[in-house]
Write a protein that binds this ligand. Structure first.
Ligand code: NAP
Length: 222
């Protein structure tokens, strides 16, 4: 049993990761911006903390003594709420704060959830550049995500990071099967590939317990 800190623990991916980690007997520190809004998370023996992922001090405080960190933060919940006010540097700031904070606390492993738009189609076209696959209004969000990935890639860091990228169809209510496939920069069929949040969490926990991919980005799909 080891300690895992989950940033964005009140969100869809963060809740799934927290649940999967507790299921496997890990100690979990759940980080949310306002703990009063997420009191229920503590019910399962989870330590609940307030913190902003773009603040290196908050990252370090939450990560002290933890084995691994999970970045499941999104500044926007979905296209239906719009992307107005997006800080294009959000994911860069998060990456920098994580790398600084985790280095300070010697938290060696970082698992981050990526965005399908940063994958490539089987013919090598970036999904980002295909308006049929990525509606233009989402493009600025995808570029912000991409910038965060680029920041990790260029970092000279002791943190062993990995970005796990789901396909476009990431399903909240689909069941946990415990099965998933891992690809490289490509998603096999962007129109049909799918994954449940629960199985994304299985992949995150598998890579936490038995790291197989290092300082790279992989696709994860059913
Ligand atoms: N198909 C895909 O590729 C796909 C689909 C969906 C999501 N994603 C990605 O998966 C990741 C997680 O998304 P999700 O669906 O779980 O999002 P979500 O349900 O909207 O949850 C995101 C969480 O991030 C938290 N948050 C926002 N700003 C923060 C900050 N500055 N510091 C700390 N926490 C902050 C929010 O916390 P509060 O509770 O404090 O408000 C919220 O609970 C994101 O990177 C997202 O882009 C990918």
């Amino acid at each position: 049993m080891s300690g895992i800190v989950v940033f964005g623990a009140g969100g869809r991916a963060g809740r799934a990761v927290t649940r999967e980690a507790r299921r496997r007997g890990h100690q979990v520190t759940a980080v949310v911006r306002d703990p009063r809004r997420h009191a229920g998370i503590e019910a399962d023996g989870v330590r609940l903390l307030g913190g902003d992922i773009t603040d290196p001090r908050a990252v370090a405080l939450a990560s002290e003594g933890q084995h691994a960190a999970v970045h499941a933060v999104s500044p926007f919940t979905g296209p239906e709420r719009g992307f107005a006010g997006l800080d294009p540097e959000f994911f860069v700031k998060a990456a920098e704060a994580l790398l600084r904070g985790l280095t300070e606390t010697r938290t060696h492993r970082l698992l981050a959830v990526g965005l399908f738009a940063n994958l490539k189609t089987p013919d090598g076209t970036p999904v980002l550049d295909d308006p049929a696959l990525l509606p233009p209004p989402i493009r600025p969000f995808a570029l912000a995500h991409q910038a965060g990935l680029d920041r990790l890639r260029e970092a000279d860091t002791p943190v062993d990071w990995l970005v796990l990228t789901p396909p476009a169809r990431l399903e909240r209510d689909a069941p946990r099967t415990g099965r998933y496939r891992v690809g490289g920069d490509t998603v096999p069929d962007p129109a049909t590939a799918r994954l449940s949040y629960a199985d994304l969490a299985v992949a995150v926990l598998d890579e936490t317990e038995t790291p197989r991919h290092h300082r790279t980005r992989v696709s994860v799909y059913t």
